[in-house]
Design a protein around this ligand. Structure first.
Ligand code: NAD
Ligand code: WQD
Length: 338
C-alpha cells in the first residue's frame, strides 16, 4: 500500500480534508499526518480517530527540520512508500507576516523546499499544494491567468512556492496548486472546525460574538464600492474545500498510474461574493450578531471573488454548499465547543 503524507494535517483544513480523504480512499492508501503543532492541538488526532475509526500515524515534525523529515520518508520506504504529498503546513496570519517576513519565508518557503528535497530523494513526484487567493490582486470573477500580485509577505510565500513548483514540474512529475478563497464553517457533527487562539478572520470573530465571548463585531469599513459598502469575499464551505482535495488527489493518482506528467493550478471558490453585512444578516437568522462600523483594516480590498469555471471544466469540481449552510455549521461548531 502506498502512503499519502499530509503536512499540516492537524490544522483546520488539513484535519477535515483527512476525514474526507479517508472516507473516499482510505481503504487503498495509508494516510500519514505530519504537523509541528505550531497552530494546532494534539487532541485533533483523537477527534480524527473518533470520526474515521482508525488511529493514523502522526509525526510531530517541523518541515524546517530536513533531517527529521527525511526520517519519516525513510521509515516508510520499504513498506508503504510515500508517493503523494498534500502540503498544508504553513503559517497564514497576514498581519504577522508583515511584522515578521523572515519567519514566514523561513517557515513556508524553506519548509517547502525541504519537503520537495525529500520528495525528490525518495522519488515522490505527486504534490498537491495549498495556495491561496491572496496571490491575486483584488477583483471580481478572478480567473487563474490573472497576474500574481500579492499584497503581503504571506501571499508572497505562496507565489514563490508556486514558481518553484512550476519550475520543478518541467522536470516531470505531477503537481497541482489549489488557490483557496475564504474557507469557513465546520463539519456537520461540529467536531472539527477552526479554533484560532485570537480570531482575526470574519467567521471566527462572528462565532465569538455568537456565543457571547465578544460583545460585537467590528465591520472594517462601509464605504467600499460594493452594494452595501462593506467588503465582498468568496466564502467556501470547508467540506466543499475538503472534497476539492479528494477530487484533485484522485486526478494526481490517475495521472501517476499512467505515468503522465502534469502541472496545473485551480481556483477553489464558489464564484459568488458576499459582503460582511450579508454574512451578518444571514448569521443573525440563527443568533443576533451585534456590530459596529469601524475604520477600514489596512491592506483590505473591496472585492475578491473567484472565477471557478476552469476547476469545473477540468477537474469536474463545483462547490455545493451555500451561505446558509456555512453559517449553520459554523454556529453549530462553536456552540458545541462551549
Ligand atoms: P492552520 O494553521 O489551521 O493549519 C496549518 C497547520 O500546519 C497547523 O496545524 C500548523 O501547526 C502546521 N504547521 C505550520 N507550520 C509548520 C511547520 N513548519 N512544520 C509542520 N507543521 C506546520 O491553517 P489552515 O487554515 O488549515 O491552512 C492550511 C493551508 O491552507 C495553509 O497552507 C494556508 O496557507 C492555506 N490557506 C488557508 C486559507 C484559510 O483562510 N484558512 C486560505 C487560503 C490558503
Ligand atoms: C473577510 C472580510 C474584512 C474581520 C484572509 C487572508 C487571505 C486568506 C483568507 C489565507 C473582509 C471583514 C473581517 C472582522 C470585518 N487566507 N472583516 N471584521 O481578509 O478576505 O482573507 O483569509 O490564505 O490570505 O487575507 O478574510 O475573514 O479576515 O475578512 O469586517 O473582524 O471581513 O474586512 O472584508 P480576508 P477575513
Amino acid at each position: 500500500m502506498q502512503s499519502i503524507l499530509v503536512t499540516g494535517g492537524l490544522g483546520y483544513i488539513g484535519s477535515i480534508t483527512i476525514t474526507e480523504l479517508y472516507k473516499a480512499i482510505g481503504k487503498y492508501y495509508k494516510i500519514i499526518i505530519l504537523d509541528n503543532l505550531s497552530n494546532s492541538n494534539i487532541q485533533v488526532l483523537d477527534t480524527i480517530t473518533s470520526i474515521i475509526g482508525e488511529k493514523l500515524d502522526l509525526y510531530i515534525v517541523d518541515i524546517q527540520n530536513q533531517t527529521e523529515l527525511k526520517e519519516v520518508f525513510k521509515k516508510y520506504k520499504e513498506t508503504n512508500p510515500i508517493n503523494y504529498i498534500i502540503h498544508f503546513a504553513a503559517l497564514k496570519a497576514v498581519g504577522e507576516s508583515v511584522e515578521n517576513p523572515i519567519k514566514y519565508y523561513q517557515n513556508n518557503v524553506v519548509g517547502t523546499l525541504n519537503l520537495l528535497n525529500c520528495a525528490e530523494e525518495y522519488k515522490c513526484q505527486n504534490f498537491l499544494f495549498s495556495s491561496s487567493a491572496t496571490v491575486y490582486a483584488p477583483g471580481e470573477f478572478v480567473d487563474e491567468e490573472a497576474p500574481f500580485k500579492p499584497s503581503n509577505p504571506y501571499g508572497e510565500t505562496k507565489v514563490v512556492i508556486e514558481y518553484l513548483i512550476r519550475s520543478l514540474s518541467k522536470k516531470g512529475g505531477r503537481y497541482l496548486c489549489l488557490r483557496y478563497f475564504n474557507p469557513v464553517g465546520a463539519t456537520k457533527d461540529g467536531k472539527l472546525g477552526e479554533m484560532p487562539n485570537k480570531p482575526n478572520n470574519l467567521f471566527p470573530y462572528i462565532e465569538q460574538v455568537a456565543i457571547g465571548n465578544l460583545q460585537q463585531l467590528y465591520v472594517f469599513g462601509n464605504d467600499y464600492n460594493t452594494h452595501d459598502g462593506t467588503g465582498i469575499r468568496d466564502y467556501i464551505h470547508i467540506l466543499d474545500l475538503a472534497e476539492a482535495h479528494v477530487v484533485a488527489l484522485q486526478e494526481l493518482i490517475k495521472r501517476d498510474e499512467k505515468k503522465e506528467n502534469y502541472y496545473d493550478y485551480f481556483n477553489i471558490g464558489t464564484g459568488k461574493g458576499f459582503s460582511v453585512l450579508d454574512i451578518v444578516n444571514e448569521y443573525s437568522k440563527l443568533v443576533p450578531i451585534k456590530y459596529q462600523i469601524t475604520d477600514k483594516r489596512a491592506g483590505d480590498v473591496a472585492i475578491l471573488v473567484a472565477n471557478p469555471n476552469k476547476t469545473k471544466e477540468k477537474l469536474g469540481w463545483v462547490a455545493k454548499r451555500g451561505l446558509t449552510e456555512m453559517c449553520q455549521d459554523s454556529y453549530n461548531f462553536i456552540k458545541s465547543k462551549q
